[in-house]
Ligand binder design. Structure first.
Ligand code: COA
Length: 176
């Protein structure tokens, strides 16, 4: 039988994903987890989506299980050589170990040619599943790192000193 690691693949987003991503973004499960807690309008979505395709600064992959699209992993430019990572799966695909595989594959794709890329994620303190997935993929959690939004922790993939000049060195004891 195929393992999760074999079944999961990432592909770059393309124009045909516009409506699918709009529908996904506005499912109650993902609205609840989002930072705004609100649905987006089609107009707002188009602006966001077109910007991604045109500017190519945000790198978005669709997560596929076999042929089925099951979520996205996104890399937004955050600082020089550094990307802010976010990931979601459709509700019915959560809890099966897909998240860590998809995140790992995303990091691999992002660092294939540019090995000096670094990654950070802001994760809600209460989101233990997400923290577990980032932790498994090699991220470490910090409660004190620059401007972490209220109620979130920062998780960092590459902890070279050059990348973390502002870190307080006070690593969280266990995440969250
Ligand atoms: C967060 C997310 C990507 C995790 O991926 P996933 O495939 O569902 O996660 P997994 O099944 O691999 O579970 C990861 C770990 O979290 C644990 N976990 C799952 N749900 C949990 C919960 N509600 N509370 C505590 N731990 C939980 C699992 O036991 C597992 O731990 P283990 O590896 O030690 O067994 C996925 O659940 C998701 O898309 N959630 C909605 C969107 C979201 O929260 N995105 C993150 C924003 S950055």
């Amino acid at each position: 039988m195929e393992t999760i690691a074999e079944a999961i693949a990432l592909r770059p987003v393309n124009l045909t994903d516009k409506e699918m991503l709009f529908e996904w973004r506005n499912t109650p499960f993902l609205i609840k987890l989002g930072s705004s807690g609100k649905a987006v309008t089609w107009k707002e979505h188009c602006r966001w989506f077109n910007n991604i395709l045109e500017k190519k600064s945000t790198i978005l992959f669709i997560i596929k299980m076999g042929a089925i699209p099951v979520g996205q992993v996104r890399f937004d430019p955050w600082a020089e050589c550094t990307y802010l990572v976010s990931i979601y799966l459709l509700e019915e695909y959560t809890g099966k170990g897909i998240g860590a595989v998809a995140l790992q594959k995303g990091i691999e794709l992002m660092t294939q040619e540019k090995t000096d890329r670094k990654f950070i994620a802001f994760i809600k303190m209460a989101n233990r599943a997400s923290q577990a997935v980032f932790s498994k993929t090699g991220f470490t959690g910090f409660k004190h790192l620059g401007n972490i939004p209220q109620g979130y922790i920062a998780m960092v993939y590459n902890r070279e000193e050059a990348f973390l000049p502002s870190i307080s060195k006070e690593k969280s004891n266990g995440i969250g």
